[in-house]
Ligand binder design. Sequence first.
Ligand SMILES: Cc1ncc(COP(=O)(O)O)c(C=O)c1O
Length: 371
Amino acid sequence: MSTDPDTYEGQIGALASTAATDLRSDTVTRPTPAMREAMYRAEVGDDVYGEDPTVNRLEELAAEAVGKEAALFVPTGTMGNAIAILTHCRRGDEVIVGDRAHIYLYEVGGAARLNGSPARAIPNLPDGGLDPQRLLASFLGDDVHEARTGLLCVENTHNMCGGRALSPATLRALVAPARQRGVPVHMDGARLFNAAVSLGAPARELAAEVDSVMFCLSKGLSAPVGSMLAGSRDFIAQARRGRKLLGGGMRQAGVLAAAGIVGLTEMVERLADDHANAQRLAQGLAEIPGIRIAPETVQTNILFFDALDADGQPQNEAFTSAAASQGVLLSGGDLGGIRAVTHSGISVADIDRALQVARSVAQQTAPAVRR
Ligand SMILES: Cc1ncc(COP(=O)(O)O)c(C=O)c1O
């Protein structure tokens, strides 16, 4: 790519490059030159009137990609999940989630605050799934004392379970108890395409097991903004009201949708590179004394590890801040270690640089803690 600041390519290159190797999240991805071009040229209209041709095209493409009748463009994954809860549940219905689910931990208690829906968290299995027996015992509603169970939420890939991907067979077993009880299922598929690429299964096969699915355009797919909520035509018609209620009805949103279209059509297959980079990072970290990681559990673009002191105790905060001072940004996992996430802004050379820094930080910080 040109580095001449007087050219369009050069300006994009400068915008896209930062000094740091940023492994905090795949949300830090920047729009590609093709996205910026598409945004510039996007045909637009008022999307609340249903008149934005680019949003309409994105919604059709998204519905097709996940094998649902219809889809809705929403500003964020959090809003997509909240709308799903509002649409599936009556007010006060309980929502069953995994105890490491993003919906449960990191969406500001939206189910309770927006729909009066208590969340019942049951323990996630290490692979991001839930135990079907435990699940079956968790459904409520037969007794007059109980709230009704209005929804089961699953997450794929599972962020806080280390980016694990649930296969169609695992999903089927997981969803069966809900089917038995007539409870709808929503999938937080913020990284659904990472799951699909890793498993070699089309996204629509993963989404076939659930009633609604949310996926993000703004993470591995590298669009600047936006997520999609998909389901039946009736569900999406209702969800459109939910989006308006939450203030997510946007107007000439085609400029954003245009980037999403590029994400969906050009950025899916390359996720395999992110997975290979995560694997390279995991293998390299496993060779560093003082780092604890199980590389065999790394399936997609997310990995967790611990940095240990000389007594074998985690010293993750000290490690993360020392790495940051050497230009490698990681996120401090409050639940289980340091998180690294690979994405389109990370090359093989960046991974090797991160490993070099990890090696030197591990050498420096362990003796410091021992003192
Ligand atoms: C699994 C999962 N679901 C939902 C979200 C929410 O997406 P957003 O940041 O667009 O609200 C995230 C964000 O990181 C996530 O990791």
